[in-house]
Design a protein around this ligand. Structure first.
Ligand code: PLP
Length: 415
């Protein structure tokens, strides 16, 4: 069956025809038959270079032989025990070794679960009720963080989704990214704030990069007010390097959340941080958290194999950085908007200057983006289908793939 026929049927079976909203590409999404390396093959027989990579987890590309072997080895031994497994220690040990601020971790099954639990833990530890997030920051699809970028740092949260209780999101405050003064102002006027949660690099409207000194200022301000700093490293973890943004920018959070790459492409999440805080998590302490699939052996096996491969081949990060630089040289020449990149994250914003926060991101010309996106797809390149989602590269993208992406950028931006 072709993609258009599959989608017609899907719409009768699933809301919007999809399992997650961003997949509902208009007029219909393409359906994937299989994937290998840097390529997706659709059921319509089209080969695409993939710069979406499952929205980030697949830093080694699709169906990497080492990861596949690790998963298959685990599958042969069973894939769910409901007991601890030795694999947990491998992955937990690696996360702790790679992140100076992380002394203990708890595995969950998604990034959303990780941020939900980290926020609960911050409230349990501090005994305070409110949290602060960044306007436009994304931490998953649970109620406390589904808050629209609002009208200013100190305004009360507004529900972003029907069904979210206004009373609940009233406890979610917001500040603009790259604005330490707004954070200082908010924290100095409110003594009921448990934590500030932020993506160190805004990845769900971006990448929007931190100004020099922003993350250090955030650390200083939160510490001065005894507010916990939660770094959401679900995208940046092992994406911007081993140790994620914590190591790249030298910022020490109290808690951090992980997902995506640490599961090698299978579902996973984790949160971790200072021992004194983590020891409040059940059964060691009173903050409840649990999950049937937490520490799933197949995810742990895929994640550990991925992280081990990255440790053994650190040159991957340099190569990916060079690759986005090469694409950026073409895109910058095109003089239509602004190209932003860091490591293997990149994006062309249809706005003159690189945005520094969510309000500036929203100034982008989304119609120009849509035309560009469609032209790129026609040229055989699959980019995430939104001006507000980051593009990714993997170690499986070859020199020829990068040249093809750069050529397509050149011709599609000029078109
Ligand atoms: N935090 C960040 C920074 C994310 O980018 C995402 C997902 O894209 C999440 C949390 C939620 O993760 P998941 O989709 O695994 O629930």
């Amino acid at each position: 069956m072709k993609s258009s026929d599959l989608f017609s049927r899907a719409k009768t079976l699933m809301p919007g025809g999809v399992s997650s909203p961003v997949r509902a590409i208009k007029p219909y999404p393409f359906y994937v038959e299989r994937a290998a390396g840097s390529r997706l093959t659709t059921v319509d027989g089209v080969d695409l270079i993939d710069c979406c990579l499952g929205y980030g987890p697949l830093i080694l590309g699709h169906a990497h032989p080492e990861i596949r072997e690790a998963i298959e080895r685990q599958l042969a031994k069973g894939w769910l025990y409901g007991t601890p497994t030795p694999l947990e220690l491998d992955l937990a040990g690696m996360l702790v070794d790679d992140h100076p601020a992380i002394e203990m971790v708890r595995f969950v099954s998604s990034g959303s679960e990780a941020t939900m639990a980290a926020i609960r833990l911050a409230r349990g530890y501090t005994g305070r009720q409110d949290i602060v997030k960044v306007e436009g920051g994304f931490h998953g699809a649970h109620d406390a963080v589904l808050v629209k970028a609002g009208s200013g740092a100190t305004t009360l949260g507004v529900p972003d989704s029907a069904g979210v209780l206004p009373d609940l999101v009233a406890h979610t405050r917001q500040v603009p990214y790259n604005d330490p003064e707004a954070l200082e102002d908010l924290l100095s006027k409110n003594d009921d704030i448990a934590a500030f949660i932020l993506e160190p690099i805004m990845g769900n409207v971006g990448p929007v990069l931190p100004d020099d000194g922003y993350l250090a200022a955030v650390r200083e301000i939160t510490a001065a007010h005894d507010v916990l700093l939660i770094l959401d490293e679900v995208i940046t973890g092992y994406r911007v390097g081993i140790g994620g943004a914590e190591v790249l920018y030298g910022v020490k959070p109290d808690l951090a959340t992980f997902g995506k790459i640490i599961g090698g492409g299978l579902p996973i999440g984790a949160f971790g941080g200072r021992r004194e805080i983590m020891e409040l998590v059940a059964p060691a302490g009173p903050v409840y958290q649990a999950g049937t699939f937490s520490g799933n052996p197949a995810s742990l096996a895929a994640g550990y194999a991925t992280l081990r491969h990255l440790h053994e081949h650190p040159e991957i990060y340099r190569r990916l950085d060079e690759a986005t630089r090469a694409i950026g040289e073409v895109a910058t020449d095109a003089h239509r908007g602004s190209f932003v990149r860091i490591g293997s994250l990149f994006k062309h914003f249809f706005r003159g200057e690189p945005p520094r926060n969510y309000r500036e991101v929203k100034e982008c010309d989304t119609e120009a983006f849509s035309r560009f996106w469609r032209a790129m797809l026609d040229a055989g390149i699959f980019l995430p289908p939104s001006q507000f989602e980051t593009n990714f590269l993997s170690a499986a993208h070859t020199k020829e793939d990068i040249e093809q992406i750069a050529d397509a950028y050149g011709s599609c931006l000029f078109a």
